[in-house]
Design a protein around this ligand. Structure first.
Ligand code: AMP
Length: 357
């Protein structure tokens, strides 16, 4: 794809959750249509897209038909089976690229990649059996956190190891899943940078946001983050470094711990990110449009913001407060069209906006 895709082109999105939904809405504003590929029924993104294919990632026929119907392919989650990507990438461009997916699908590979770039990460060790668990405890120390290498999200697949006597039970809890033991980072705060790189290699970062997690799930993101000017610059440079190293096209989320010694990279997500939802009401071009622009070969925006924003996730029963929230001045609601309310399920979010002076 050398020329920008014209309005009217079709974007294929793997995954039909709220991120796919908001990508579809942004794409529609630019005159594109979207085709969602999602194994589950009634995906939230399907309500906003021109087409939906309901099929598994092992359905080669459905994958080929999907690819044939779109001009470019992207995704809203990183755990796409390799076999599906093998089929798709022969047929259409996929952004972000395979390398970004390979690295972010596996916490060990990700940590090795990041430390190879000279970036600071938590001390870590690979664990595939109980002997390696003991060796990892000796190497990394405690307190630490044992995390599955693959398929973890929102704090799932993680066990805290407060001291060495709990190592055995932590490993048993992982049910033999290859894991990484990570030293516990003594952070003063958590921030993330939502960064984008265009097809022509331009990079733009949104202002870092400060994140608060409750039970491993993002609760709020506040902009501006409480960061020194030097740390803010550092955060942006770290994100740019990662984008360029991956020859990346699209939006990337970089989660960072703020420590006395500087910023420590927690993890990267090769997609639009929950901690970037504030951009919908804080910037002229939000993270979703930014991603669509990047993958269609359009110029990306500079990411400048025009407001301070606090984004609050509406999780489970929080959604019962929507009418009350709609009464607040400066509160912009974004609901995901999910029928069933379940504990821990992200139902929507609210951006509370105050203009810059
Ligand atoms: P993750 O799924 O790795 O992003 O972890 C979810 C949350 O758990 C993070 O946002 C932190 O609040 C906490 N956490 C994860 N890893 C560490 C660590 N190595 N040190 C301290 N806190 C952590």
């Amino acid at each position: 794809m050398s020329k920008p895709l014209p309005p009217g082109a079709c974007i294929g999105i793997l995954g039909g959750g709220q991120l796919g939904r908001m990508l579809s809405m942004a794409a529609a504003r630019l005159g594109f249509s979207c085709h969602i590929f999602e194994p589950g029924p009634n995906p939230p993104a399907g309500q906003m897209a021109a087409r939906v294919t309901t099929a598994g990632y092992d359905d080669a026929k459905a994958l080929k038909a999907f690819a044939a119907s779109v001009d470019v392919i992207t995704y809203e989650f990183e755990n796409i089976p390799t076999e599906a990507l093998d089929i798709l990438e022969d047929l259409r461009p996929i952004h972000p690229n395979r390398e970004a997916l390979r690295i972010s699908q596996d916490r060990l590979v990700e940590k090795e990649f990041l430390s190879g770039l000279g970036l600071r990460v938590a001390p870590f060790a690979n664990v595939e059996n109980s002997d390696e668990m003991q060796a990892a405890i000796t190497q990394v120390g405690t307190p630490s956190i044992l995390k599955t290498r693959r398929f973890g999200y929102d704090g799932k697949g993680q066990v805290r190891v407060p001291d060495a006597s709990r190592a055995g039970e932590a490993w048993v809890a992982m049910e033999n899943a290859p894991s990484v033991l990570e030293g516990f980072v003594d952070f003063t705060g958590e921030v993330s940078v939502i960064a984008a790189r265009s097809l022509s290699g331009n990079v733009a970062c949104f202002d870092p946001g400060e994140n608060v997690h409750v039970d491993g799930i993002l609760a709020t993101t506040s902009i501006p983050a409480r960061l020194s000017a030097a740390a803010r610059t550092d955060a942006v440079l770290i994100a740019s470094n990662i984008l360029n190293a991956l020859n990346y096209v699209g939006v990337l989320g970089v989660e960072l711990f703020v420590t006395q010694a500087g910023l420590v990279v927690n993890e990267i997500a090769p997609r639009v990110h929950n901690s970037g939802h504030w951009t919908q009401n804080g910037c002229a071009v939000d993270q979703f449009e930014q991603h669509i622009r990047a993958i269609t070969g359009w110029p990306i925006s500079d990411g400048v913001r025009h407001a301070n924003v606090v984004m609050e996730n509406l999780i489970g029963d929080d959604v019962a407060r929507v009418v009350e929230i709609a009464n607040e001045p400066g509160a912009a609601l974004h609901l995901y069209g999910k029928a069933d309310v379940k504990p821990g399920r992200k139902m929507g979010h609210v951006n509370r906006v105050t203009p810059l002076n």
